[in-house]
Structures are given as structure tokens and as C-alpha cells.
Design a binder for this molecule. Structure first.
Ligand code: NAP
Length: 351
């Protein structure tokens, strides 16, 4: 599919679904600056959509979504900034030869879209999954650490999130669902640049599910902590007691999501660290930034720009599988993202 005209501008529009949410608004704004007049925000709120010159879409209504695409006209890329119930929306896009960028973080949904690889190839479309901070930047740093040890036997990924950040509703819902899932790995103490040594707890981020396949690393675990030490301790103590497993029930989930959205105890900084091990070889990469929702949106915008103007292969790929996207962390330097370490032998704190 040709997405760029001879003068370098994209041949079609970009539909940003969830385009006025915490992540989507950043995607919409960044892309509108790069491709003026071509970005269409989408969502369910008729009034907001009309005010923004967007289109009404509901990812729970596949038929309606197909009509919305017709209404938009010539769409080159759909950026999904809200989780649909299944891979139906992705299928509609890819069958039409429309590229897809998906910031989703749920393994079941990511796998269902990955299964559409042949559909995408047949239609000449590309889809990029694992886009954002975690998954996203975690996958890219994991790849660097993996390569630094000449092929890791084990990867440990750590994410610190700012509990003072105004996280979007859909992101908080996802986190609450994650707290209700059973735990298989153990907590780990890790040195995070600017935050000292922290205890991080296993959390069901999709990167640990994807990386064994994309990098061939047998063991991958992702862990989470918050910038507030007391809040981290309280949250994971509640999980240990089984208190949070009630979040599997929709009513409890809604109540907890509302409560967590009102808690603002820390700052808006975040940190990622990817540790790789192979025999006695160890390496790590780490980065820090502010506003993980904002940075997720910027990563998605960069990936979309690459799909529109680059030469991405057709099919469904995770971010770490596309060499042209390996430099995304460096492009975020102007937005305050700092790479704190390189793939050097690990003599960092926390060991
Ligand atoms: N990969 C990463 O690192 C990463 C990081 C952060 C977030 N995320 C993911 O990004 C997604 C968005 O998070 P967020 O913080 O931006 O959430 P948010 O602020 O709640 O935004 C969600 C947006 O989607 C729209 N929306 C909700 N349900 C919809 C539906 N059925 N059909 C169409 N639009 C719908 C909402 O508007 P209306 O309600 O008006 O429709 C809103 O604009 C979440 O799935 C989250 O898990 C990923």
C-alpha cells in the first residue's frame, strides 16, 4: 500500500481512536503538527467528536466502525488508543489494507491481532504492536540488553510509575485488572536511576509474554513499583492477602478504578530498567522520563510517522522487531526522556 505522495506527505488520513483520551490526545496533537489536516480523532462522545472535527466510533461495534471508516474516506492508518473487546477492529483495518498502530497492553488481545499477520500481508498492510512505555520502550530496551550479553538466557524488566500522574481511565482499568491476576514470579530489588533501590513486584505486562517469542529469551519477568514506597508496599500487601482478586468482578473493578484515579500521592516521573543475563554476563539499559501517558502517545506518534513515511514491512510486528524503530528512545530526548545506562557490565546498585 502506498502511503506517501511524491511530495513526501501521506496519501491518506490517520484515524486516532480514543483520540481525545490521555494517550490519544498526545497522538492526535503530535501527528496534527507533522501532518496538518490529515488527523481525525475518534471516540464515542458525539459532542466532543463534533467539536474536534472527528468521527464517532465505538470499538465495541465492529459494523459501526466499518461505516465510520467509510465516512472518513481515505484512511491510511488507524491508531488504537483504547482497548477493543477483540481483534475485530484490527481485522477490518488490515483487510482493507489500512495500517494499524496499537497501544494495547493485554496479551490475549495482542496475540489475537498477531494472528492476523497473513491477512495484513495479503492486503499489503503493516501493524505495529507493543507501542508505548510498557509494552513499548520496555521491549526496545530489552532488545538492547539482550544483544549486549550476546543473547540473554533471562530478562528482568522493571517499571516504576509515578502515582501522582493523572492516568487515563482506560489505563487505570487495565492496571486494576492486572492486580487481580495470579502471581507467579517473586519480587526483586533493583536500582532505578534517580529513585534508588526499589522492590518491584511481578505484574502482567504483555512484554514478558511477547519477548520470549520475538527475541527467543526463555525467561522474562516484568515487575512494577510506584514512586511512592508506602503506596507500593500497601498495594502489593493487599494483593498478597487476596483482597484485590475481587477486582475480577465488574462492580468491584469499577469501584477500584474510580478510587485509584483519585489517589495522587507521588510525582509524574517514571523509570524503566531492562536487565539481561547470560551465564555470568550481565547488562542493562535504563531510562527515565515524565508522564508515561504522554510518552506512550509520543511513541505511538513516532511509530505512525514511520508507517506513513518509511518502508515498514507488511504483516503484524512488535516494535522491537522493526529495526527502523530501534532509535525511538533517542528521539524522545527532546521530551525529557534520558537514557541513564548502556549495555555495560552491570555494577549498578541493587545487586
Ligand atoms: N503501551 C503502554 O505503555 C500504555 C500506556 C498507557 C496506556 N496504554 C493503553 O492506552 C489505552 C488508553 O489509555 P488512556 O490512559 O488514554 O485512557 P483514557 O484517558 O480513558 O482514554 C480512552 C479514550 O478512548 C475513548 N473510548 C473509550 N471507550 C471507547 C470505545 N468503546 N470506542 C471508542 N472509543 C472509546 C474515550 O472517549 P469516550 O469515552 O468519549 O469514547 C477516550 O477518548 C488503554 O488501553 C491503556 O491500557 C498503554
Amino acid at each position: 500500500m502506498t502511503t506517501v505522495k511524491f511530495d513526501g506527505t501521506p496519501a491518506g488520513k490517520v484515524l486516532v481512536v480514543g483520540g481525545y483520551g490521555a494517550v490519544g490526545a498526545v497522538v492526535t496533537a503530535a501527528l496534527a503538527e507533522w501532518f496538518p489536516g490529515l488527523v481525525v480523532p475518534g471516540g464515542r462522545d458525539e459532542v466532543r467528536v463534533r467539536r474536534l472535527g472527528g468521527v464517532r466510533v465505538d470499538v465495541a461495534d465492529a459494523e459501526g466502525f466499518a461505516h465510520a471508516l467509510d465516512e472518513c474516506g481515505d484512511v491510511s492508518v488507524v491508531v488504537l488508543c483504547v482497548e477493543p473487546p477483540d481483534a475485530g477492529i484490527a481485522r477490518i483495518c488490515l483487510e482493507r489494507g489500512i495500517h494499524l498502530v496499537d497501544v494495547g497492553a493485554t496479551p490475549r488481545l495482542i496475540d489475537a491481532v498477531a494472528d492476523l499477520h497473513d491477512v495484513a500481508v495479503a492486503a499489503g498492510a503493516s501493524a505495529v504492536l507493543s507501542v508505548g512505555v510498557a509494552p513499548g520502550l520496555t521491549n526496545l530496551l530489552a532488545r538492547r540488553a539482550h544483544e549486549a550479553v550476546g543473547g540473554a538466557e533471562r530478562l528482568d524488566l522493571t517499571l516504576l510509575l509515578g502515582s501522582g500522574e493523572q492516568h487515563g481511565g482506560d489505563a487505570v482499568r487495565w492496571t486494576v485488572e492486572g492486580l487481580a491476576e495470579p502471581v507467579t514470579a517473586r519480587p526483586r530489588r533493583t536500582g532505578l536511576p534517580g529513585y534508588g533501590t526499589r522492590t518491584a513486584h511481578p505484574f502482567p505486562f504483555s512484554d514478558q509474554h511477547t519477548l520470549p517469542r520475538t527475541l527467543g529469551v526463555p525467561e522474562v519477568t516484568t515487575r512494577l513499583c510506584l514512586d511512592s514506597r508506602p503506596l507500593t508496599a500497601a498495594l502489593f500487601a493487599a494483593r498478597r492477602t487476596g483482597l484485590l482478586s475481587a477486582a475480577r468482578r465488574p462492580g468491584v473493578r469499577r469501584m477500584l478504578t474510580g478510587a485509584f484515579r483519585r489517589v495522587h500521592l507521588g510525582g509524574d516521573g517514571f523509570a524503566i530498567r531492562a536487565d539481561a543475563r547470560s551465564g555470568d554476563r550481565r547488562a542493562f539499559w535504563a531510562l527515565t522520563g515524565r508522564g508515561q501517558g504522554r510518552i506512550t502517545g509520543l511513541v505511538a506518534a513516532h511509530v505512525t510517522r514511520e508507517l506513513l513515511t518509511g518502508t515498514s514491512p507488511t504483516g503484524v510486528h512488535h516494535i522491537e522487531q522493526l529495526p527502523d524503530l530501534s532509535g525511538v528512545p533517542e528521539t524522545l530526548a527532546e521530551h525529557g526522556v534520558v537514557l541513564h545506562a548502556s549495555g555495560l557490565p552491570d555494577r549498578s546498585p541493587g545487586r
